[in-house]
Design a protein around this ligand. Structure first.
Ligand code: APR
Length: 235
């Protein structure tokens, strides 16, 4: 009989750091190099769509060359082996969880390899560069495509589904996230209110560290496979 029937896992940029993808708030991170107000808001896109497309084109090209690391593969292994339900909620917009084999995956901040048409609403796979005159693969019209990314000030995807999963979970694991951005940063409190065991796996303690019942600190490629192996041993 497994210890945990419903596990919710939240990942952030730290799980992809050892795959060569920048985090946001570490020294030298994305928000150190770029001004989020100029690149990651709906107003920024309305003001200068070419600049915003250029920023996401750079990041989209970067993820094409990146590979999943041992932490991504460990979570895919947990989903395969664990007899209970596993929901993987990621704040990341890279495709590394999918590439590692995770299936039950919710990209709450969107995906770099997708584009959304503001005219017909279609969301299409897209791993190339996007420009203001790129034609929508669905309706064929040019000038209406945006990155399928949740910008600051916009509502993340799957929030209702995530809250339902959190209300049923008996184990909540937060991996590689600073817990700086809501609503993701509030998931630990929701899980705790429903009595779940809460675990933080991160390079270093975060501001929310005292909220977690268990914490392991170190590089994701070391501490995540170790923790997953222990969970599978308990099954
Ligand atoms: N292993 C484990 N954790 C790591 C590693 C690593 N190798 N490297 C960095 N970390 C940790 C850092 O200590 C930090 O706590 O990952 C966390 C990354 O935090 P952020 O850079 O704030 O990234 P994240 O929490 O994912 O940001 C959330 O903010 O800008 C928005 O939409 C963006 O989804 C993003 C959201």
């Amino acid at each position: 009989m497994t210890l945990y029937s419903n596990i919710v896992i939240l990942t952030g940029a730290g799980i992809s750091a050892e795959s060569g993808l920048d985090t946001f708030r570490d020294k030298g991170g994305i928000w150190d190099k770029y001004d989020l107000m100029e690149l990651a808001t709906p107003e920024a896109f309305a003001r200068n769509p070419d600049l915003v497309h250029e920023f996401y084109n750079l990041r989209r090209a970067g993820v094409q060359k990146a590979n999943p690391n041992a932490a991504h593969y460990a979570l895919a292994r947990l989903e395969e082996k664990h007899p209970g339900n596993i929901t993987l909620v990621t704040q990341n917009v890279d495709p590394l969880h999918e590439r590692a084999g995770s299936r039950n995956l919710l990209h709450m901040h969107g995906e770099l390899n997708k584009t959304r048409c503001l005219l017909c609403g279609a969301v299409s796979e897209w791993s190339d560069d996007l420009f203001t005159d790129t034609r929508c693969p669905s309706c064929g019209q040019a000038g209406y495509l945006r990155p399928h990314i949740v910008w600051f000030g916009e509502i993340p995807f799957y929030i209702e589904e995530i809250n339902i999963r959190l209300s049923k979970c008996d184990l909540f694991i937060s991996i590689g996230t600073s817990g700086s951005v809501y609503p993701a940063a509030g998931f630990i409190q929701v899980a705790q209110n429903y009595g779940a065991e809460t675990v933080e796996l991160n390079l270093e303690p975060t501001d929310g560290k005292n909220l977690f019942s268990v914490s392991h600190y170190g590089r994701a490629t070391e501490i995540v496979p170790e923790y997953v192996a222990e969970l599978i041993r308990q099954d």
